[in-house]
Design a protein around this ligand. Structure first.
Ligand code: G6P
Length: 362
């Protein structure tokens, strides 16, 4: 697996784990490839996904955010409907289940009690279960029918970084291989595109001063910060806001660009930082329209776009990757900006107050 439990020369585990992400992505490609370089998944897991008429993803925190992206891959590529649920809500908000559901539990630790409670519940109902986890032999892995591993190496910092990108990568592979099996393979080489992602992540990790500067400029003294995006950028914004909340204690929220006008825009004051993600061509005009709306109310915009869609006022332009994989690179600046914001504000980056790495109580 990628990485070990030594901090080495790094001041914090979080920074080390952010830096390990290119390595983790390469490790995942390697672990999920056969001798001919084809992406593969164990046949029994493929059967389970193939036979399911609906997939229910259950997770908490950052893993839930990865699940939101997993839904995109599985629905778009494998054409199976997917619902994503927060584990703690599931048992009393249980949706009307389909006839032949498959439950996928996403959990870095494999120990989250809220997720386990759902696992126990659905197993009693006789449903198939798959756990995607970083920890072989963890409770959720042992108790589910099947396991897919993240191969991210131990994640020590409370704020999850490399496990999130690993979860997204593994979910993309699961969706792609299932699609292939259904005779609807992708029109691009996923392994190759993930390799390009790893290289792009490396380039981002080499530009830390830039993100330190952005953190200083936007977040040194602010009380709050908003993240906006549309389509998958919205989900990445949710994760960016969670990172910032967790370690810098800045009140941060992620919103769908189109929802702003339905309430949140009332919170924009002179100088309020708004981090906008613009990596998706099909919503590019709309998200840029949202930026104009917040700027007109005094916001301090930080637009993070991607090569090919960049405009003059963008604060940072991500290296180009396949359009479906942009979350894997877009999150890296957000992780680093959160890290430096926490550092500037004197927070304990690796062990933020009130939080635990794995929450084993419901
Ligand atoms: C805790 C951690 C979060 C994590 C969540 C789910 O709240 O602080 O970083 O995302 O648990 O953990 P899991 O191990 O199930 O992915």
């Amino acid at each position: 697996d990628a990485g070990d439990i030594e901090k080495g020369t790094y001041p914090h585990y979080m920074l080390k784990e952010i830096d390990e992400q290119p390595l983790v992505i390469r490790k995942i490609i390697q672990k999920y490839q056969d001798d001919n370089g084809q992406l593969v998944i164990q046949p029994d897991i493929l059967n389970a996904v193939d036979e399911a008429d609906r997939v229910y993803i259950v997770a908490a925190g950052t893993s839930y955010h990865a699940g939101l992206l997993g839904k995109q891959f599985i629905e778009k590529w494998a054409k199976t409907p997917v619902e994503v649920h927060v584990a703690s809500e599931f048992s009393y908000n249980m949706p009307l289940l389909s006839e032949n559901p498959l439950f996928i539990f996403i959990s870095q630790s494999g120990e989250t009690a809220d997720s386990r409670a759902v696992l126990v519940q659905v197993k009693e109902l006789g449903y198939k279960t798959l756990t995607i986890t970083n920890v072989p032999g963890s409770t959720l892995s042992r108790e589910a029918d099947y396991t897919l591993l993240l191969h991210a190496g131990p994640e020590i910092a409370v704020a999850s970084t490399k496990a999130y990108t690993a979860q997204i990568a593994v979910l993309s592979i699961l969706a792609a291989v299932t699609a292939e099996r259904k005779g609807a393979g992708l029109h691009f080489d996923l392994a190759q595109e993930l390799g390009i992602v790893a290289t792009a992540m490396e380039a981002l990790c080499d530009q830390k001063e830039e993100f330190e500067y952005i953190a200083r400029e936007y977040l040194s003294t602010t009380r709050n910060c908003f993240f906006i995006g549309r389509a998958v950028d919205y989900y990445v914004g949710l994760e960016g806001s969670l990172k910032l909340k967790e370690i810098s204690y800045i009140q941060a929220e992620g919103f769908a660009g189109g929802e702003l006008k339905h309430g949140t825009i009332a919170l924009i004051e002179n100088g309020t930082p708004v981090i906008a993600l613009a990596t998706q061509e099909h919503v590019n005009l709309s998200i840029r329209g949202n930026v104009k709306e917040v700027v007109a109310r005094g916001a301090n915009p930080c637009i993070i776009s991607i090569k090919g869609l960049e405009e003059e006022d963008d604060r940072f332009v991500l290296p180009e990757v396949h359009e479906t994989l942009t979350p894997l690179v877009a999150v890296v600046p957000l992780q680093l900006i959160s890290y430096f914001a926490a550092l500037h504000r004197g927070c304990d980056v690796d062990k933020p107050r009130n939080l635990a790495k794995s929450v084993t109580v419901e």
